[in-house]
Design a protein around this ligand. Structure first.
Ligand code: ATP
Length: 317
């Protein structure tokens, strides 16, 4: 379990993390979401004792990180995959970590096998691709067989097979009863992996809830209905007190009723339906809706030079 209480970090005037209070529980994957600059990495760094909180507190199974003996055996983390001495081989990097953390050297071969780097174990890390570096970082996190795992953007740079692999790895670690805390900007991936979500914006807690509740609360779900008897169906739904938002063409978006109820009403009145499909809102829609107010770094959309014209001013200069 990771517990944060009023955790705050200021850099001068900038409040990077603002009175965060939440707990990351064992047995499930908890996703950590927030727009760029929301404070996710700063929070993770404070959990690991790499940054000092300005105020508040954070504990790992009831203890401060700095008080843990052999911390890698309590919490394993992937924060920055590039934090590896490039001149060292993957094997040596992990062996050094094992020796300084009371982990048996036999674990090195085991974790290299888990992350699929056995074949390149003796190669220098500086020759690794970004994705191989991520795998090495994940191996380091797993080295001490810790009860708590924390990953900052673990799927960055991974190929589709690697993304699939890490998704299953995180789920199986949680199924073993471990605490798994993971940040990602890839909403589709997070939707497949996380059971619970902690969402922050501008350093503040915006949500601490199950995936299902988060989507239900923050995005619109509706039933899409197509019928050649549009006016009659509208009357029937209206009579039944069901809200209809009209869409283009012959499709209706029905917000206030379940597909079963709409289908039964149509049958009762002998109306033909060409489509009756519940539309589940996506995590991405829910996330954008919730964090719209707290996005600091917007790209410019709308009128402006087309991408092919960028730099046109340089021509002939
Ligand atoms: N060492 C530092 N000095 C000054 N400001 C910092 C420092 N580290 C982080 N910040 C600021 O704190 C805020 C939070 O940054 P942080 O990296 O924690 O966000 P994040 O949610 O991890 O963002 P991203 O999704 O872009 O990785 C940002 O405004 C950042 O500029």
């Amino acid at each position: 379990m990771i517990e944060l209480e009023g955790l705050t970090k200021r850099y001068g005037e900038k409040v990077a993390v603002d009175r965060l209070t939440f707990a990351v529980r064992p047995g499930i994957v908890t996703g950590f979401l927030g727009p760029n600059g929301a404070g996710k990495s700063t929070t993770m760094r404070m959990i690991l004792g790499l940054d000092h909180p300005t105020a508040g507190d954070v504990r790992i199974d009831g203890t401060h990180y700095r008080q843990l003996k052999d911390p890698l055996t309590y919490i394993g983390a992937l924060l920055d995959a590039k934090a590896v001495h490039g001149g060292r081989s993957a094997w040596n990097h992990l062996l050094c970590l094992a020796q300084s953390n009371g982990v048996p050297a036999s674990r090195v071969a085991e974790v290299l096998d888990v992350v699929g780097l056995t074949a390149v174990a003796r190669k220098k890390a500086k020759g690794f691709s970004y994705g191989m570096g991520q795998r090495l970082g994940i191996a380091a996190a797993l080295l001490g067989d810790p009860r708590i795992l924390m990953f900052d953007e673990p799927v960055n740079g991974l190929d589709p097979e690697g993304i699939h692999w890490i998704r299953n790895l995180m789920k199986s670690l949680a199924a073993q009863g471990r605490t798994v805390f993971v940040s990602s900007h890839l909403m589709s991936e997070m939707a497949l992996t996380a059971d619970h979500l902690v969402v922050i914006g501008q350093g503040r807690l915006l949500a601490d809830t199950s995936m299902a509740d988060f989507i239900r609360t923050n995005a619109r779900s509706y039933v899409r209905v197509r019928t050649p008897q549009r006016e009659r169906l509208l009357d029937v739904l209206h009579e039944a007190g069901i809200t209809v938002v009209e869409a283009g063409g012959e499709a209706l978006e029905v917000e206030g009723g379940k597909a079963e109820r709409i289908g039964e009403l149509a049958a009762q009145y002998g109306l033909v339906l060409h489509e009756l499909s519940p539309q589940q809102a996506s995590l991405e829609e829910a996330f954008m809706q919730l964090t719209a107010e707290s996005v600091e770094y917007h790209a410019h959309a709308g009128p402006g030079p087309a991408p092919q014209d960028w730099g046109a001013g340089w021509k002939g200069a």
